[in-house]
Design a protein around this ligand. Sequence first.
Ligand SMILES: [Zn+2]
Length: 138
Amino acid sequence: MSKDFYNATGFYEFVGEKKLMGTKCKSCGELFVPPRPVCSACHSEEMEWVEMSGKGKLEAFTVTLYGPTRMVEAGYDAKNPYCVGVVRLDEGPAISAQIFGLDLTKPEAIKIGTPMGLTFIERTEGEKKNTYIGFEAT
Ligand SMILES: [Zn+2]
């Protein structure tokens, strides 16, 4: 595969294809999601793309009532808040994304460690259709 490690483009191209990809260090096996071009463990630049299972656990979250413009335009507000969280993937790395399937009217009842599964969000923004990763409580 020839997608570029050296900027985020390759990663988001994969997201557009509904794949969550990381890079794995060919030298020491360390895994990075989002991808990195250089291994922070052994400084090797020999990386390969690997696809993640998309399964993980909720590690941290925040419920937002007053979001940025693009979230307001997507229909979120104080009466319809959204959740962004950090999911620790079964493969090890943690990634932040929008979280679905939780009762946001009772954030105090949301449990850290809730099993999560990967989902994809398609949002029309201006003229463009963008795909984002998200996670849903399973
Ligand atoms: Zn390494």
